[in-house]
Design a protein around this ligand. Structure first.
Ligand code: GLV
Ligand code: MG
Length: 316
């Protein structure tokens, strides 16, 4: 697996608000997406494009992943969104997010358009693609969508549009309805996760709209993090710390993962007895333990964690 960019928190920033485009730069998000879609009113779409280009070129985003969400392909805005933003700020942009993706062909369209713009502009870097799954058709086609382009980096769940698409009842978007005795999102999240992992992409959970309810946000985030999701959208700075924490391993989990990697390295070596299965304290570790540890250690390292313990080989 490649080392992906950290995306524990992905902060939504409306492209129509120069004030928020300024403020977002100093916040502790792993990623920002500058929005041209649903947080921007139709009458403000054109000036939002210009705001976004200026914010990317002139702003200081401090190492954050920078994405722009364009309008979806059932609207008249998409092609000009892509051309204006990528021609105008392609050197300061990491990915284009395509919302409401329904078929693999829509991703291919974006891939080809990006290729042409990159050639014309002489860019020396490749812009990535993030695909939002927000309706029944998108979910039914998610495997083909996830495999549609080498540029894809993430598959994102869009719960608000999704619920509208399938007529799901809810009191709080992203949280289960009290009439349903179970987790109505489990299938959708797992479906997205399987497609993402098949193609080595990150799986990202969408927004939680009750922005003052950080406890509710944390609960919903923990659910997708437990399944294996890599991060979640953040609509308000108050949700940032919770996202960064929930999608990182704890210090204890991180230390333990690094310990397993060192211990397994040792036990499988000549000096360690060329053992494929060995005891680390009370735990039996083998090749599968190493794979699990690699995931946790990878997330910890990507989030800048430092280990606080060291593996000591047992005395001979
Ligand atoms: C996000 O775009 C959503 O629809 O939830
Ligand atoms: Mg949406």
């Amino acid at each position: 697996m490649s080392t992906p960019r950290p995306r524990r928190s992905n902060l939504a920033v409306p492209g129509s608000s120069p004030k928020m485009l300024g403020k977002a730069q100093g916040l502790a998000a792993d990623q920002v997406f500058l929005d041209l879609e649903d947080s921007v009113a139709p009458l403000a779409k054109e000036e939002a494009r210009a705001n976004v280009v200026a914010a990317l070129n002139d702003g200081d985003w401090g190492g954050k992943v920078r994405t722009v969400r364009v309008n979806d392909l059932t609207t008249k805005w998409t092609y000009r969104d892509v051309i204006t933003v990528v021609e105008g700020a392609g050197q300061n942009l990491d990915a284009i997010m395509l919302p409401k993706v329904q078929t693999a062909e829509q991703v291919v369209w974006l891939d080809l358009l990006l290729t042409q713009i990159e050639q014309v502009m002489g860019f020396d870097r490749r812009i990535g693609i993030e695909a939002q799954i927000e309706n029944a058709k998108g979910l039914v086609n998610v495997d083909a969508i996830a495999g549609a382009s080498e540029r894809l980096e993430t598959i994102i769940f869009g719960p608000a549009d999704f619920m509208a698409s399938i007529n799901m009842k809810s009191l709080v978007v992203g949280a289960p309805h009290p009439d349903y005795n179970g987790d109505p999102y489990h299938y959708i999240l797992m479906r997205i996760l399987m497609a993402a992992r098949t193609y080595d992409l990150q799986a990202i959970d969408g927004p939680y709209l009750q922005i003052k309810d950080v406890e509710g946000f944390t609960e919903v985030a923990k659910r997708s993090a437990a399944l294996g999701f890599d991060g979640k959208w953040v609509l308000h700075p108050g949700q940032l710390d919770a996202a960064n924490e929930v999608y990182s391993p704890s210090q204890e989990q991180y230390d333990h993962a690094e310990l397993i990697l060192d211990a397994y390295d040792f036990f499988t070596s000549e000096a360690g007895g060329k053992r494929g299965a060995a005891m680390l304290g009370d735990e039996m570790i083998d090749e599968a333990s190493r794979k699990m540890a690699l995931v946790i250690a990878g997330k910890g390292r990507a989030g800048g964690m430092a280990r606080t313990s060291k593996f000591e080989p047992p005395a001979a």
